[in-house]
Design a protein around this ligand. Structure first.
Ligand SMILES: C[S@@+](CC[C@H](N)C(=O)[O-])C[C@H]1O[C@@H](n2cnc3c(N)ncnc32)[C@H](O)[C@@H]1O
Ligand code: SF4
Length: 439
């Protein structure tokens, strides 16, 4: 089929996918039926084997970037110190209850905003329970202004948000004043790569001023630094209130396809595509993909953390004072749970399989007791019709168009997480006195 016809078919398919995903997210991720956590059911939920990831959220930033809808407030040192004390208490209690974890992932916000508190927290965890790997998010300026050598032996992997080396984009998103020019940030990132065992760089595309050529240029700057992993996020604009703010920075959604091809072209040969949004350095064999949302179980601690294990979402208080007071009273930091519908779990599997590039009927059947066609009659027809998957023996593999559709599904998933955060901010506070003050 001619390229232009293929492209038109793909763009029509992704437009309808965007529409369907927005509707499904609103239905399946509504928190209207979220229920307050009950202590008994919480204690019964402790799994006998380790949960894959303990996610720790640090909700403070010095200034706020225009595109970001993650949970964070402007930094205040006294509040942040009080927060870290509560956070450590929550972690101690969770471990004392019997929860065990393979990995720790510390995300933000700005995780390194109080380096001494971060170090104390990681040391405490390592003293309480064996942990295979500690992964931590960071921004580039930490490697100029902080003392990252103090994290030696404590942090195995750093995921550093660069987003772009293009000063125009850094200025538009509010990151130039904060973290320096693209050239300066490249210098800080080089220091990180020399110091930390595994470094991932987060890059973004889909901004208004970006073109396939500028995305290619950006990725070439990234390649020069030789990070172990590169994550390339399309700018997510969400489906709720954040949509307006992030949306003012976003380009035409149809511009994402040529930009995705530019990302692949820039990285091909030297990096392996693990997912259409994650690339690992090509040492001849794939680096283990450690992305926290791989669909593995995750237990969240701290204000604004989400957890997901089994068939439940667990949501911690999004109000920092409420969170601190709850922990002081030895109540759980997790306040609400939401049952995940089986159809939403299946959709998540489909996204991960599309991301992996392979829809394997027998593996899927072993996992769910259904064939792909039983679970996804409409979706399979749509994917075949859109030229996204083709038959390969007993399985289906994704085409390049299918990789892009997998990427769009992943952006839909990120929008869903934005939507959950947005609703979680409006859930009633759990701490009695604070909620009485508000009423
Ligand atoms: C929430 S930040 C935390 C790390 C650190 N504070 C930073 O700014 O680099 C983690 C990553 O989320 C991604 N992110 C934030 N908002 C996003 C959005 N609207 N669309 C896509 N990715 C986003 C960015 O790539 C960022 O590096
Ligand atoms: S992108 Fe990072 S630095 Fe910017 S507001 Fe979000 S968490 Fe803070």
């Amino acid at each position: 089929m001619k390229d232009s016809r293929l492209n038109t078919r793909l763009l029509l398919a992704t437009d309808s996918l965007d529409w369907v995903m927005n509707r499904t997210i609103k239905q399946s991720l509504s928190l209207k039926n979220a229920t307050p956590l009950s202590v008994e059911s919480d204690e019964n939920a402790i799994p006998s084997k380790p949960i894959e990831t303990l996610y720790i959220h640090i909700p403070f930033c010095h200034t706020l970037c225009r595109f970001c809808s993650f949970h964070k407030v402007k930094f205040s040192e006294p509040l942040a110190r009080e927060y870290f004390v509560a956070l450590r208490q929550e972690i101690r209690e969770v471990i004392a209850k019997g929860y065990r974890f393979n990995r720790v992932y510390i995300g933000g916000g700005t995780t390194t905003i109080l380096e001494d508190e971060l170090i104390k927290t990681i040391e405490m965890i390592k003293g309480l329970t064996p942990i295979r790997e500690v992964s931590c998010e960071s921004d580039p300026i930490y490697f100029k202004e902080g003392n990252p050598q103090l994290l030696n032996g404590l942090v195995d992997r750093m995921s550093i948000g660069v987003q772009s080396f293009d000063d125009k984009i850094l200025k538009a998103s509010g990151r130039f004043e904060k973290f320096g020019s693209g050239l300066e940030q490249a210098d800080y990132v080089a220091r990180a790569i020399a110091l930390i065992p595994t470094v991932n760089l987060d890059m973004m595309y889909g901004f208004k001023t970006q073109t396939p050529e500028s995305v290619h240029w950006d990725l070439k700057q990234t390649l020069r630094l030789k990070p172990d992993q590169i994550t390339t996020y399309p700018l997510t604009i969400g489906i709720g209130k954040n949509r307006k703010k992030a949306g003012s920075l976003a380009g035409d959604p149809h511009a994402l396809w040529p930009q995705f091809l530019a990302v692949k072209k820039a990285l091909s040969g030297r990096y392996l595509m693990e997912f259409p949004w994650t690339f690992s350095r090509n040492f001849g064999q794939a680096v283990e993909n450690k992305y926290v949302l791989d669909g593995e179980d995750c237990f969240g601690v701290g204000s604004g953390a989400f957890g997901r294990f089994g068939e439940q979402f667990r949501i911690s208080s999004f109000d920092i004072q409420d969170y601190i007071q709850l922990i002081k009273q030895q109540q759980s930091g997790t306040c609400y749970t939401k049952q995940i519908e089986s159809s939403a779990l299946l959709q998540h599997h489909l996204m991960i399989m599309m991301g992996h590039g392979r829809l394997d009927n027998s593996v899927f059947y072993q996992h769910t007791g259904k064939t792909l066609w039983q679970a996804f009659p409409l979706e399979m027809s749509y994917l075949i019709g859109a030229g996204a998957i083709k038959k390969d023996g007993s399985q289906y593999v994704t085409t390049e168009q299918g990789q892009f559709i997998g990427l769009k599904m992943f952006t839909g998933f990120l929008s869903g997480m934005d939507y959950l955060r947005e609703q979680a901010r409006d859930l009633p506070l759990m701490h009695q006195e604070l909620s009485a003050e508000i009423v």
